[in-house]
Design a protein around this ligand. Structure first.
Ligand code: BDR
Ligand code: CA
Length: 312
């Protein structure tokens, strides 16, 4: 099965993505989970990652803590979406397992330098700080990463934290810039696709009805996080962002996109964090990103439910 490292700031939707991956051992070998500052501070995000690993029963998967702040900017967080702890909704026990002692960025470098080249895929669900720092510290890893599949960015759909930027890229645009220029093959799941993967009432009820602990916790997480989005978007459900990364690895046929140049705005106050997608190749710049624009929501939720039902 495919080796992946999940870099994340959990986060309810991050939690669902992690659970989807841990429920799919035939396809995905989760080598580790690395936390990054983003939705809330690193301390909460790392603790949430431990809680999710325990919920899934997969305490064999190590959890590392990475960067406490973006490369150059002040950290911007989103407690208004995710709650004070970043994972409000379910009441999960405080974890018994502990974080690994090694820094998450050092772990990423070591894992890539010691494994056979191009065998590890990085799945990023938060700001790209850890990945960019690893690339800056050890540039040789660029040629050793199989692929980066990231949740981040927005183009045709507009931004969710500013009119032009999506949260993960906005929090650390300098890191996103490093990653997009690295030459590593990248697939991007922007808001353009995640805004099609809505948690409608029927879909939430189906998850709650799975009857296992995981299903109950996931339903509570999504009920909590969608309260903010429903008011914001006036839609029938809230977008479910991060699990699209894992769903893409499991079922790429559920998505379609286009290989094009994507560049990051790092300077302009008005549009910082914008992911400018050259969909029509007018710039002639190298096509560095598989920019996903459409997803099959019914197929996605069928997959998610089938997998969550396998967990405790
Ligand atoms: C992204 O921002 C976070 O709040 C979510 O977890 C997701 O990764 C969506 O813009
Ligand atoms: Ca996230």
């Amino acid at each position: 099965s495919r080796k992946i490292i999940i870099d994340t700031d959990p986060g309810q939707d991050d939690a669902v993505a992690i659970l989807l991956a841990l429920a799919s051992p035939a396809e995905l070998n989760v080598l580790a989970i690395v936390a990054v500052a983003g939705n809330v501070g690193l301390h909460h995000n790392a603790n949430n990652a431990l809680k999710i690993v325990e919920l899934s029963g997969r305490t064999d998967v190590p959890v590392y803590a990475g960067s406490v702040r973006p490369m150059r900017r002040q950290l911007v967080t989103a407690e208004h979406v995710h709650g004070e702890t970043g994972l409000n909704g379910p009441t999960l026990p405080e974890p018994e397992i502990k974080l690994q002692a090694q820094h998450g960025v050092d772990y990423i470098i070591d894992a890539l330098m010691t494994a056979e080249a191009r065998t590890i895929t990085l799945c990023t669900l938060g700001p790209l700080t850890n990945i960019a720092l690893a690339l800056v510290r050890q540039p040789a890893i660029a040629e050793r990463i199989a692929e980066i599949v990231m949740m981040g960015g927005a183009y045709f759909e507009g931004g969710n934290i500013t009119p032009s930027a999506e949260f993960n890229i906005y929090v650390d645009p300098d890191a996103a810039d490093v990653v997009l220029r690295s030459g590593v093959p990248i697939t991007m799941m922007p808001l353009d696709v995640t805004h099609q993967i809505l948690t409608t009432r029927d879909r939430l009820d189906a998850i709650a009805a799975l009857g296992n602990n995981t299903g109950t916790a996931v339903a509570q997480m999504l009920e909590f996080s969608e309260r903010f989005d429903l008011a914001k978007y006036g839609s029938l459900g809230a977008p479910l962002h991060d699990p699209t990364v894992i769903a893409y690895l499991l079922r790429p046929d559920l998505f379609d996109g286009r290989l094009c140049n994507v560049s990051i705005e790092t300077a302009s106050e008005l549009t910082v964090g914008a992911t400018v997608a050259d969909y029509w190749h007018v710039s002639g710049k190298a096509r560095n990103v598989n920019f996903i624009r459409n997803g099959n929501a019914e197929g996605f939720y069928a997959l998610l439910n089938e997998r969550l039902a396998r967990l405790p």
